[in-house]
Design a protein around this ligand. Sequence first.
Ligand SMILES: CC(C)(COP(=O)(O)OP(=O)(O)OC[C@H]1O[C@@H](n2cnc3c(N)ncnc32)[C@H](O)[C@@H]1OP(=O)(O)O)[C@@H](O)C(=O)NCCC(=O)NCCS
Length: 298
Amino acid sequence: MSAEGSEIYGPAPSTAADREPTPAPAWVYLLRCPDGSLYGGWTNDLAHRLKAHRSGKGGAKYTKSHGRDAVRLAYAEKCADKSAALKREAALKKLPKAEKEALAEKWAADNKITLRMATPDDAAAVCALYNWYVRHGVQTFQYTPSTVEEYRENIAHTLQNAPFLLAESADGRLQGFACAHLWHEREAYAWDVETTAYCAPDCIGQGVGGRLYRALITLLKKQGYYNAFALVTGSNRQSNNFHKALGFTKMGIEKRTGYKFGQWLDLDYWVLPLQDGEGEPQPVRKQLTAEEIAEALK
Ligand SMILES: CC(C)(COP(=O)(O)OP(=O)(O)OC[C@H]1O[C@@H](n2cnc3c(N)ncnc32)[C@H](O)[C@@H]1OP(=O)(O)O)[C@@H](O)C(=O)NCCC(=O)NCCS
């Protein structure tokens, strides 16, 4: 993208060539059924595939007759592409049960996450995760990667009003973050926030975003916020399904509102009421106690 003349004209439209290449996502996975058996498969959308198994629609005969909505993800392994995933799936299915169990046990240990509140010192890790989406996707309308210093300020500013949560694996890898910003600055909007979440690309569809968002929503309710809004790119099926699953209601679509990587994008508006009633609200509690936070992050 050319920066020539940008002081006069603003940003040049980003072209399809500006998108950094993303390896085709493909996964092999094992699902644990309630009778203890393991079912193996491959997919290019882990969360979508899990939903299909659990709903019994478009999943597999085996999971439909072995617990359906009670099946749980027991193992996930990222593969370079579809053909690698198909080969790996065939190999996985031939493994003796003990070896599948060993894979599942290690996966569970490696992916045990803990949630904590971010500090400005987490800026480098959060910024690296977020910038992956700036460079590769249309989940964010941002063209230019953020700097660590901008993220330092962003985290510090966010924490003045609302939580900024991190999910980390046992070895300290950042698996995702979720945060809330004031929806608008004017006083009458003081009870409204905009929420968002980003998971590391290889952690998608494994429950990380759900844990982060549920904790975030619990904390926002405790603070006394009334509405959580989320703005989701229309073509971002993952995040639209995610917000629906988390109880948000779609309230509208802003058509053709963003332009990135050579395409116009819609923006879907989602809302989740956080309190009942129409009476006069209490002022929002900007800071919760350490006990309240620990309870929500358990
Ligand atoms: C959107 C995002 C944060 C969701 O987090 P996640 O860890 O992938 O989602 P989870 O596995 O925790 O799923 C939570 C719920 O959403 C549902 N869900 C998530 N992705 C889904 C999909 N593609 N299809 C259907 N349902 C889906 C799950 O079924 C689950 O429902 P349940 O709690 O009833 O079982 C994550 O996918 C992500 O970071 N995506 C890329 C960045 C992005 O789009 N961020 C949002 C910007 S608005």
